[in-house]
Ligand binder design. Structure first.
Ligand SMILES: [Zn+2]
Length: 321
């Protein structure tokens, strides 16, 4: 059904899955840079197609795969399901008539204002990302993190400072904006983030009260900009600020220092440890292959009664999750 050749391939469909090198046919689970390449033909949900073209080129060829609408390729039936990670993010179910394989891509089970909630079909084989595959990565409830964020923002306002949220340009920035807007706050976004937000809006995700930052924020506005690790995160005219990092990694006390921000809050768009185990239980696979995570999660799965092995030796650790 599948093989691994420097990336996951659905053999009979001739389809590379989230491979970072150009493929004749490449499935793009979502539009984060570590899942994309300029494929001859990309296969993606309509929202991911729009974001992929925005990021890599407007003329790229895409075969759109709306959620839950099967597509036949090389006698394999391919169906996308929402992954809950960012707008358009998809899991891929491949069914060759004998076996069903589910590839999760990056996913999250909890609530999101900007991504459709994850859906989990059952499968014989599960290939899952395990970014937070350690018991150290148990996230506090989302409402608690949002309360903390609002408190930091209102304290900054009271001190006459501008709260500046550093967030990944695609996904986290739009989610934070939608959360803040829902709580009655006005948001000003870095122009690169605002350009992606425009694509979100054209794809039907409404973010609320936001505009592009153009210097000297008025009082009681929140600014959303890029992570400090990325070029161009600095914005002119901000004055006195309180900087806030939002990432699942903030569960580590060292993260605030590592990101160089005043406050780090664990607002994640990846499944935490308990959600990863829950996915295994709900998909009911005979075998699990793990990718993108700390070593040892396969062991936790085996202890929970699953047949699990890592698919790739993991060399990646993404900073912003
Ligand atoms: Zn991602």
């Amino acid at each position: 059904m599948f093989h691994y050749d420097n990336g996951l391939k659905i053999t009979r469909a001739g389809l590379g899955v989230d491979v970072r090198r150009r493929q004749q046919r490449g499935f793009v689970s979502h539009a984060h840079a570590d899942h994309m390449a300029r494929h001859e033909w990309a296969y993606a949900t309509p929202a991911t197609a729009a974001l992929y073209r925005h990021r890599l080129g407007p003329k790229l060829a895409v075969r759109e795969m709306p959620y839950r609408k099967p597509l036949e390729l090389g006698s394999v039936e391919l169906t996308t399901y929402p992954a809950g990670h960012c707008l358009g993010s998809a899991m891929l179910l491949a069914d060759d008539g004998q076996e069903r394989l589910l590839y999760t891509g990056d996913f999250k089970l909890g609530e999101s204002l900007t991504a459709e909630a994850a859906e989990l079909p059952t499968a014989d084989v599960l290939v899952m990302e395990t970014t937070f595959g350690s018991p150290r990565y148990r996230m506090p409830p989302r409402e608690v993190v949002i309360e903390q964020l609002l408190e930091v923002i209102h304290t900054a306002f009271a001190e006459g400072k501008t709260p500046v949220v550093h967030a990944y340009a695609l996904g986290k920035s739009q989610e934070v904006t939608a959360i803040l807007a829902r709580h009655g706050l006005a948001v000003l976004q870095h122009r690169d983030i605002a350009a992606i937000s425009q694509v979100y809006e054209t794809q039907g995700a409404s973010l609320g009260n936001y505009a592009t930052y153009s210097g000297h924020p008025p009082a009681e506005h929140v600014v959303v900009t890029l992570p400090r690790s990325m070029k161009g995160f600095r914005l002119a005219g901000l004055g006195s600020v309180v900087s806030i990092g939002v990432t699942g990694w903030a569960i580590h006390p060292s993260t605030q220092h590592r990101l160089g921000v005043d406050v780090a809050l664990p607002l994640s768009d990846h499944a935490d440890f308990d959600e990863l185990l829950e996915v295994a239980r709900r998909v009911e696979p005979r075998r699990i292959y793990t990718t993108h995570g700390p070593p040892g999660f396969d062991q936790h799965l085996r202890e929970a009664g699953f047949d699990a092995v890592p698919l790739v030796p993991d060399r990646q650790r993404r900073l912003f999750a």
